[in-house]
Design a protein around this ligand. Structure first.
Ligand code: PHE
Length: 451
């Protein structure tokens, strides 16, 4: 048997896991939610949930991965015979997400390229984005490029590929975030936007704000997709899980916070204080922000830096997705990692194409009013992920018992500092919170409530 691959150091693991966690969610969703739900007050709710709820779920997944040394597909079955189906459900999530995430990754490379070649002004014109995504060939070329870049890292392996690239890209990402945020907050008129971002507005703290923070946190920490289980399976037996999770959280929350500091004041100045301009998702990233950059002196250069930052964030997340899928298929089919990687690449390209065409020639094809990409996003994020997380909590809390996890954590550290808290969280609080996410996201998708 070949020795199982592993991260060479705890730092390598932390940076790779942070690379997965820091993604489009941090950059295009967090700033919008913070602005919408009362600035400082939302930041506070988010922070508290991150160090409690997010912490417990992430510890759980990493410990399951390290204890079993397996990907999600077999990790659950390994711990509890009858619970193998949770692993199957968890494995479906990254298999669905990988292709469509790469469609967006392709858009990001395109924009990075446009800005780097000095054509940021063109990207700021009306209809540029819709014109681009509705074309047939061009977006496919970009998404294939994005997938091939991801594949190259996976082919190099856990240590030489994922760990090494994370060690370079993640520090660069932090520096770029600080540079852009510093640039934005020193622009004339940015003060009002900064106040808007930080100032707590207690009147906006309500059930929706809480639910939005929960849902965001969950996605942002790459939970319930098998990713942290796979990465945990590469963590060395002697590395401390608890402090690693604390570090990953600081990274993820820190970048989300900086993203808000880049985006909220900039858009605020540009739109004259209209919060609707902060609308989350592709519109913000590919339509509003190019216009904002175009209106700033030096904005085209900062725009180029910004899209490179987004590209790095998206790439390290896609890497974690592809690695998870590759680890699942390698265990299932027993073929070499190389063969499986090539197979997964072809799968991702073939499945990404319909999502891409859904914005152009296939746009008449809608599922409950959702485009193909939105539909995959809905099934994975709004349904499967909360279901998987709920089952994971029940599995750990009541079937294998929290001791399985706490023992694993304690096997590499003298003391699991938050042990008591962890047990209460995973048994009683986290499952209830996850159920709330599930119910609210379904109601939101059905248009019964708006988050
Ligand atoms: N955690 C990522 C983010 O915040 C999301 C993500 C990562 C989604 C990996 C899928 C796979 O954007």
């Amino acid at each position: 048997m070949k020795e199982k691959s592993s991260f060479s150091s705890r730092l390598g693991f932390i940076l790779a896991a942070a690379g997965s966690a820091v993604g489009l969610g941090n950059l295009w969703r967090f700033p919008y939610l913070a602005a919408k739900y009362g600035g400082g007050s939302f930041l506070l709710i988010y922070l508290v949930l991150a160090v409690t709820f997010g912490f417990a779920l992430m510890i759980t997944e990493i410990a399951i991965g390290r204890k079993t040394g397996k990907s999600a597909l077999y990790a659950f079955a390994d711990l509890g015979k009858k619970s193998g189906f949770i692993g199957v459900l968890a494995s479906i999530v990254p298999i669905i997400i990988l292709p469509y995430y790469c469609v967006i990754g392709g858009w990001v490379i395109k924009y990075a390229w446009v800005f780097l070649t000095g054509r940021g002004g063109a990207a700021a014109t009306d209809d540029y984005f819709s014109g681009f995504i509705s074309r047939t060939g061009e977006p496919i070329v970009w998404l294939v490029l994005f997938i091939l870049a991801t594949m190259a890292v996976i082919l190099l392996g856990v240590n030489k590929g994922i760990e090494n690239i994370s060690k370079v890209l993640m520090p660069v990402l932090v520096i770029l975030s600080i540079v852009i945020a510093a640039f934005v907050i020193t622009r004339p008129g940015a003060g009002a936007g900064i106040v808007y971002y930080f100032k707590p507005d207690l009147s906006k703290i309500n059930g929706n704000a809480f639910l939005a923070a929960l849902g965001q946190l969950f996605y942002s920490m790459s939970l319930a997709m098998g990713i942290m289980i796979t990465y945990g399976s590469y963590l060395k037996k002697e590395d401390d899980i608890e402090s690693s999770v604390r570090n990953i959280e600081i990274f993820d929350t820190g970048i989300a916070f900086l993203a808000g500091l880049m985006i909220v004041p900039a858009v605020f100045v540009f739109s004259g204080g209209d919060e609707a301009a902060l609308k989350a998702g592709p519109t913000l990233m590919f339509i509003t922000l190019p216009k904002v950059f175009d209106s700033m002196t030096g904005g085209h250069i900062i725009g180029a830096v910004f899209f490179v930052l987004v590209l790095f964030a998206a790439l390290t997340s896609a890497i974690s997705l592809m690695e998870t899928v590759v680890s699942i298929f390698t265990e299932r089919f027993g073929k070499s990692r190389r063969v499986i990687t090539i197979f997964v690449t072809i799968y991702a390209i073939l499945m990404a194409i319909p999502s891409s065409l859904g914005f152009g020639v296939w746009s008449d094809f809608n599922i409950r009013g959702m485009s193909i990409l939105d539909f995959f996003d809905f099934i994975s994020n709004s349904i499967l992920m909360p279901v998987v997380a709920f089952l994971t909590c029940v599995f750990v809390g009541f079937i294998v018992k929290p001791k399985t996890i706490t023992d694993e954590v304690e096997s590499s550290t003298k003391k699991f500092k938050s042990k008591k808290f962890y047990v209460v969280m995973i048994k009683y609080i986290a499952p209830v919170l996850v159920l709330l996410i599930l119910i609210s996201s379904v109601l939101n998708a059905l248009g019964i409530i708006t988050l």
